[in-house]
Design a protein around this ligand. Structure first.
Ligand SMILES: [Zn+2]
Length: 210
């Protein structure tokens, strides 16, 4: 666990910005401290040029412990991170980005889940099966983001996901992991799989991987 994870989050943010996953001020990254609190990107910051003062530190219950800068506010999307940390005590980081592919594949959901193709890359999520049958939970989007956090909390507390990732319809992907490195890996894997699925839709005309 990193004592001051903000520098790692700044690096990751800059990389994701370059990849087009956090354009405008979209998305937010967070990482936990040993006391269970977490640093998260403050609302309205450009993700390509973050500084250490662009983060807010909160408890998992949402109480602000350090605002980083007097003008900083936590993003409404902090509720998504609070839901994840509340559900998964082992999660040390949570990344939420708005990529084009995540939004496209959220429309391929069957009911409230997105079945993933059985790619070798699924192993990167810790699933060691031949032709694994893995789905990502898909949540309805709301203007009132705390409602999304509540939906995540209610559903995943009853039905834990196959892999540490979830989608919100037309509103990006959220991943988590037991370290910043694992969380980054999970995001890269999810985005790889989403790109594959978008390409497969174009080339194969649908979900022909089954
Ligand atoms: Zn978002």
């Amino acid at each position: 666990m990193t004592i001051n994870p903000r520098l790692s989050l700044i690096d990751a943010s800059s990389q994701f910005y370059q990849l087009g996953w956090m354009v405008g001020t979209a998305g937010n990254l967070s990482a936990r401290l040993p006391d269970g609190s977490f640093w998260i990107t403050a609302s309205g910051k450009s993700k390509g040029k973050l500084r250490e003062s662009d983060f807010v530190r909160l408890t998992v219950a949402g109480e602000i412990l350090d605002s980083g800068h007097p003008d900083n506010r936590p993003s409404a999307e902090t509720s998504i991170h609070m839901a994840i940390y509340g559900l998964f005590p082992g999660a040390q980081a949570c990344y939420h980005v708005h990529s084009i592919e995540a939004n496209l594949v959220s429309n391929l959901a069957e009911g409230d889940s997105l079945p993933l193709p059985p790619l070798e890359m699924i192993k990167g999520f810790g699933v060691w099966e031949e032709n694994p049958s893995v789905s990502i939970p898909v949540f309805k989007n709301y203007i009132n983001v705390p409602q999304i956090g509540e939906d995540i909390r209610q559903r995943l507390s009853v039905t834990p996901p196959d892999v540490p990732a979830l989608l919100i319809v037309n509103h990006g992907v959220t991943v988590w992991g037991d370290s910043i490195e694992a969380t980054q890996r999970h995001l890269e894997l999810a985005e790889y799989i989403f790109r594959y699925m978008v390409t497969a839709e174009k080339i194969l005309g649908g979900r022909k991987w089954r």
